[in-house]
Design a protein around this ligand. Sequence first.
Ligand SMILES: Cc1ncc(COP(=O)(O)O)c(C=O)c1O
Length: 395
Amino acid sequence: MSRRARVSQKSLRFTESVIREMTRLANQHGAVNLSQGFPDFAAPEVIKEAAARAVAADVNQYAITWGAKRLRDALVAKTKRFAGLDYDPETEVTVCCGTTECMAATMLALVNPGEEVVIFEPYYENYGPDAILCGASPRFVRLREPDWSYDPAELERAFSNRTKAIVINTPGNPTGKVFSREELAHIASLCEKWGAIAITDEIYEHIVYDGATHVPPASLPGMRERTVTISGLSKTYSVTGWRIGWCLAPPELTGAIRKVHDFLTVGAPAPLQEAAAVALQSPPSYYSDLADNYRKRRDYLLPALESAGFRTFKPRGAYYIMTDISAFGASDDVTFARSLVAGAGVAAVPGSSFYSDPSAGRQRLRFHFARRRETLEAAAKRLGTLRAGATASTP
Ligand SMILES: Cc1ncc(COP(=O)(O)O)c(C=O)c1O
């Protein structure tokens, strides 16, 4: 038999998702799972009923590959309402299987092998593999605690004539960073200078706290024409399993994204697209209640983590808390996370999985709080058995 590798070089350049591995460990140990970010509470009745109606009405076959007309129209109307931006549903919208597919399809459609993609780190773990899959090189720029700001000079050094795109995740996972208008204006000036495209991941667009405002990067002067805006149903409507996301982009970019999307997945689930159209018509109070309920959960978990011995970095958006575990004297984040799940019975994500250089996250652990109050109380009780200063092997 030939000694040639049976798997691709690309697939060897990234590992299995650490986040989903932590969920498996949580199940194995009966732990409270604060690792993989999905809610344990119900989705809104109105959208579940809309999905049931669509199935009953036999909306069971492929939708138009770039998205059901009703959903594209609803998306365009919502974007106008919230961001004040106009998009053409016929030429500027692509509905995909979640933001995950949106990001992969966008990178495959726009980025050539050898080109560079600027990514802020710590980053949501998909961006690195997405860049590798299209043969591009990621250029990482560090966000620094406690406020996760970046050094403007470092960002400027990351751009060059090899830069094809920058990924902007706001509000961000795992940091909860909400990019300010000033930061986005700086990024916009660099995109313009180097002819780069902004690929935004705005999946937490409605989850912001303490008066923070979500500024869609496409709304900055000159940016609509060079931005692919990505978001989806998962987090805003608590339906991560439905797998519906969308890309809004100028016609030339949309044309390429639609072709890649077509050959990756053909289309997103047809009946759920009908329900998505209903979800997008939710009243303003739906979104303010969503953010308010998450703020209450954050404000419950933060002090519980602090009193267990974690140093926390208060998020301004999204539903994660990055922590520093130095007080526990653990050798590294992975060992600590494994012992936390098996010992105290709480699952969290090792910080190193969010950095290109794992050593940068060795004293970091990420918790999420998309959980019912009872679940967070159970987690707090278990975390209460930890003592800062105890070693990671004895949580
Ligand atoms: C920043 C970010 N983008 C994308 C996703 C995945 O989104 P989707 O369920 O739409 O694929 C997540 C999920 O945790 C996320 O945190």
